[in-house]
Structure formats: structure tokens, C-alpha cells
Design a protein around this ligand. Structure first.
Ligand SMILES: *[C@@H]1O[C@H](CO)[C@@H](O)[C@H](O)[C@H]1NC(C)=O
Length: 136
């Protein structure tokens, strides 16, 4: 349990930030090969920033729930997801991670689970508005 949790947190961190690190590293070390990756795109900065609300405790749960479908997101983490991360960031993080070949193969399933996780969390957090949102 602890092991998986560590691995998946590292993995998620890795996925969201490693590309960014590499880019930062390259742009600092290598003075200007013409095809060097640019500085962080504003999209990547935004994802790193908004996704960081899931740490340290909730990255694992949300990640497993969406990408493996074998975990339920706790009330605590749902609350963080809905109120701190937000729908736009949730969707954008999912899309960003789906650019990895490992997950792209299961794109349809993962996108569906991503929506399910989101709506379940909204329902849990706001039972009175949930149904209207979930139906739209
Ligand atoms: C969920 O699935 C992943 C990948 O198969 C596995 O590594 C992990 O241990 C599972 N997590 C839980 C909570 O069962």
C-alpha cells in the first residue's frame, strides 16, 4: 500500500514535472541549439501549478481512480479536487497524461473514468447541485 502509493505519486509527479525539468535543464545548460525546447509553455506551468493541490495526499487516489479504475476517491480528496483543482485543471491534467503512449491506448476508457471521478466527487461535495451538473 505504502509502496504503491509512493510509486504512483512519484509517477504522477514525474509525469507532470519531468518534461518540465528536462526543458528547464536543457534551456539552462545548452546555449541555443536552434531546435532546443523552449521555456515551459504556459499550459505546463498552469498544470504543474493547479495539479499541485493534490499533493501530498491525494495524487495517488485520483491517479489510481482515473488511470487504473481500482480506487475510490475519498471525501477529503474529492473536496480538494472539486474546490482546489477544479474541472478545467482536472480535464487538462488527464489530457496531458494521455499524451503518454502507455495510457493513450486506453484513452476512451480513461476519459470516461475521468468524467465519472469528477461527477462522483461533485455529487459527494454538493449533493444538492450534483444531479443537474452530472446530467449536462
Ligand atoms: C491499481 O492498479 C495498478 C496497476 O495495475 C496497481 O499497480 C495498483 O496496485 C492497483 N491499486 C490498488 C489500490 O489496487
Amino acid at each position: 500500500m505504502a509502496t504503491f502509493s509512493n510509486i504512483s505519486q512519484m509517477f504522477l509527479c514525474f509525469m507532470i514535472s519531468s518534461t518540465l525539468m528536462v526543458k528547464i535543464g536543457l534551456s539552462q545548460d545548452a546555449p541555443e541549439p536552434s531546435n532546443a525546447p523552449g521555456p515551459l509553455s504556459s499550459n505546463e506551468k498552469y498544470l504543474t501549478n493547479c495539479g499541485s493541490h493534490l499533493y501530498p495526499n491525494c495524487g495517488d487516489e485520483v491517479f489510481s481512480a482515473i488511470f487504473f479504475g481500482n480506487k475510490t476517491v475519498s471525501e477529503y480528496c474529492c473536496d480538494k479536487l472539486v474546490n482546489d483543482v477544479g474541472k478545467m485543471c482536472h480535464d487538462d491534467m488527464t489530457k496531458y497524461i494521455l499524451t503518454l503512449p502507455k495510457f493513450r491506448a486506453h484513452e476512451t476508457q480513461i476519459l470516461k473514468r475521468s468524467q465519472t471521478v469528477w461527477f462522483d466527487c461533485v455529487l459527494q461535495d454538493y449533493p444538492w447541485i450534483g444531479p443537474a451538473v452530472a446530467e449536462s
